[in-house]
Design a protein around this ligand. Structure first.
Ligand code: PGA
Length: 240
């Protein structure tokens, strides 16, 4: 199972201390071989977080990348080589908070191609808005995001898919169990070789409900991942 921590635009050098609890927990956790933890802090912390996690099996990723992998005059941007250089092994691409600022499926596709070429593993986020859900367009929207996002990509297997309904992110609301089960089944059929995660308001209470979705391969956790106690609780309860 994957437990991916997306810190979003939170965290500074003081936040590194919060990793101590998680490192300690993992060392003693009996099911540690079954899990893969990936921290995706802001880019400003990737170097420090990777150093901190050096002798653990916890890995590090970024929350976004530029679509070009060469260096160039792109003010404010960071490319995949630069991310790898400071210790990132993964990159989240297509998060709805980035899509909202104008990132298209085509741009996402370019970013995925570049990330794979550079050797980063991709965590590809897809998900419908509340309006699309109400119009029963979920499957159609997901199919389009997958088709365009993964267009011409050969090495699809290594891509981790995170199904994150936009209306679920940061709202405390999660999909109804049967709806989620159906969506994950749909994605599993479409992407037979990929790991499929769920993201959106995962917390230490609703994990008891989410873990019943038997075919999920893990979770992408935002808010709750910033608090080590809550993050550890989610992992523990997944196996209780
Ligand atoms: P959330 O965020 O857990 O705070 O809802 C999830 C995400 O955006 O990846």
């Amino acid at each position: 199972m994957y437990f991916i921590a997306n810190w979003k635009m939170f965290g500074d050098t003081n936040s590194l201390n919060s990793l101590n609890k998680v490192i300690k927990f993992i060392k003693l956790f009996k099911k540690k071989r079954l899990i893969k933890i990936i921290y995706c802090p802001p880019n400003t912390l990737i170097d420090l977080v990777s150093k901190k996690l050096k002798n653990t099996n916890i890995e590090v990723g970024s929350q976004n990348c530029h679509e070009k992998d060469d260096y160039g005059p792109y003010t404010g941007s960071v490319n995949c080589s630069m991310l790898k250089n400071v210790g990132a092994k993964y990159v989240i691409i297509g998060h709805s908070e980035v899509r909202q600022s104008g990132e298209s499926n085509e741009l996402i596709n370019k970013k995925i191609q570049t990330a794979i070429k550079s050797g980063l593993k991709v965590i590809f986020c897809i998900g419908e808005t509340i309006q699309q859900k109400r119009k029963k367009l979920t499957k159609k929207v997901l199919s389009k995001q997958i088709k365009l996002g993964l267009n011409k990509i050969k090495n699809k297997k290594t891509i981790i898919i995170a199904y994150e309904p936009v209306w679920s992110i940061g709202t405390g609301i999660i999909p109804k169990p049967l709806d989620l089960l159906k969506t994950i089944n749909f994605l599993k059929k479409k992407l037979k070789n990929n790991k499929i995660l769920y993201g959106g308001s995962v917390n230490s209470k609703n994990i008891n409900q989410l873990k019943l979705i038997y075919n999920l391969d893990g979770y992408l956790i935002g808010g709750a991942s910033q608090d080590p106690k809550k993050f550890i609780d989610i992992i523990k309860k997944t196996y209780n």
